[in-house]
Design a protein around this ligand. Structure first.
Ligand SMILES: [Cu+2]
Length: 431
């Protein structure tokens, strides 16, 4: 264990003691509080971006966790809130962290209007604890609490989710990470981030995800947040960083990181032997898969995003005619009178969209985020959805995850204008 991780682990243990004391005293009351969906920042060795780690109570040789399936008011980014389902007041639910060799008991209380179960995705356990409603156990009816109990005989990055009415319950946000640390060499990295990939059909102007959508989703999220509400991945120059990525969406996502070649080092199969590691800049995380990537932090602001271009945008109309190159002057205003909130596809591309929205030329339906947004030190970023930044600085303290602001690039190291004349220079052309 490095000094950094040891310190974090000690901090974690101390905060856990405080947190579990609170849970022990108020476990019953907690579920009766108004559901605000507020993010609670309790972090273990793993930092669940925008999320939290579930405290446990030790009972004899068992670590006891308590999940509550319930409706939550979830904010995807400021300006958009929807009624979703999750666990313990959040979507994704809190991350469960434990250690290989632990025996865990997980109480699951159902406060939904329909039955549910929890499947422990990728875990090796007795058949009766696997959580497929009807197959492995009776359904957990509304108001009931079931106990799952098993030994953790492996390590790695795993997930939990319902295996009852999956089409609905996954679509509205029910999922969480389940991370098992190895007993030996538990922290081979300095910073350990985790996220779940998901897609949502929250149609413009509505307040509840539509579970019937199979293809044309409106929102693409890291831990149920869209850019620019997704926290940056912060590190100090030279630190070894791991990002654990699980996919419970309905698409595969090629996850791309700028500035480094990372190594793909693990999955729900644990941290792989070194000879299985691969150097990549983009790794597809398939539906139902987990991937761990690791890299040594290089100073700068680096984009970290899904490479499906529509997955770095927020709600957009589907099935629109292609208007690229079409003069739309006069038409858009008339259409807007017929269809409030209508915005034509850009004549010169989509980059103008953010500028139009910010100038107030276009007012979208209520509770709808702009398609592309976010502002950087050099202007509009024009992104949404599955996009965040890796921010690496020389002077970040160990254990400090706060946003360090924008990178102060060394003089002469930023691309800059050398001409404003389209006829500038004499570039070779074919033919
Ligand atoms: Cu994607």
């Amino acid at each position: 264990m490095t000094d950094t991780s040891r310190r974090e682990f000690l901090t974690y243990s101390a905060s856990l003691a405080a947190a579990t004391a609170g849970v022990a005293a108020g476990a019953g009351a907690a579920t009766k509080e108004p559901l605000t969906g507020a993010t609670r920042h309790i972090h273990g060795p793993v930092r669940t971006l925008n999320g939290w780690t579930l405290p446990y109570v030790r009972k004899g040789n068992v670590k006891e966790f308590h999940l509550v399936a319930e409706e939550v008011q979830h904010e995807f980014a400021p300006g958009m809130v929807a009624s979703c389902w999750g666990y313990n007041g959040s979507t994704p639910g809190p991350t469960i962290e434990a250690v290989e060799g632990d025996r865990v008991r997980i109480l699951v209380t159902n406060r939904l209007p329909e039955h549910t179960t929890i499947h422990w995705h990728g875990l090796i356990l007795p058949s009766g604890m696997d959580g497929v409603g009807g197959l492995n156990q009776p359904q957990i009816e509304p108001g009931e609490t079931f106990a799952y109990e098993f030994d953790l005989v492996q390590h790695g990055t795993h997930m939990y989710h319902p295996h009852a009415d999956e089409m609905t319950q996954l679509a509205v946000g029910m999922m969480g990470l389940f991370i098992i640390h190895p007993r030996e060499n538990a922290a081979p990295v300095d910073r350990d981030y985790a996220m779940l990939l998901h897609n949502w059909a929250v149609h413009p102007g509505t307040y509840r995800p539509d579970p019937a959508v199979m293809v044309d989703f409106d929102l693409w999220t890291f831990n149920s947040k869209v850019f620019p509400a997704i926290e940056p991945i912060v590190a100090r120059t030279g630190e070894r960083v791991r990002v654990r990525i699980g996919n419970l969406s309905m698409w595969n996502h090629p996850i791309h990181l700028h500035g480094v070649q990372y190594e793909v080092t693990g999955s729900d199969g644990g941290r792989w032997p070194k000879h299985q590691w691969r150097r990549e800049a983009t790794e597809i995380v398939g539906v139902g898969q987990m991937r761990d990537i690791e890299f040594v932090a290089v100073p700068g602001d680096w984009a970290f995003h899904c490479h499906m271009a529509h997955h770095t945008m927020n709600a957009m109309g589907h099935d629109l005619p292609n208007s690229l190159g079409v003069d739309q002057s006069g038409v858009a205003r008339e259409l807007r009178e017929l269809f409030p909130g209508y915005m034509a596809m850009g004549e010169d591309g989509m980059a103008e969209h953010q500028a139009h929205v910010e100038m107030g030329h276009v007012t979208g339906p209520p509770n709808t985020l702009p398609m592309a947004t976010g502002r950087g030190p050099y202007g509009n970023i024009g992104m949404g959805g599955m996009f965040t930044t890796v921010k690496v600085r020389d002077n970040v303290h160990a254990g400090d995850f706060s946003d360090p602001g924008w990178y102060d690039a060394p003089v002469g190291s930023v691309a800059a204008r050398v001409s404003s004349d389209p006829d500038f220079g004499n570039p070779p052309r074919r033919g």
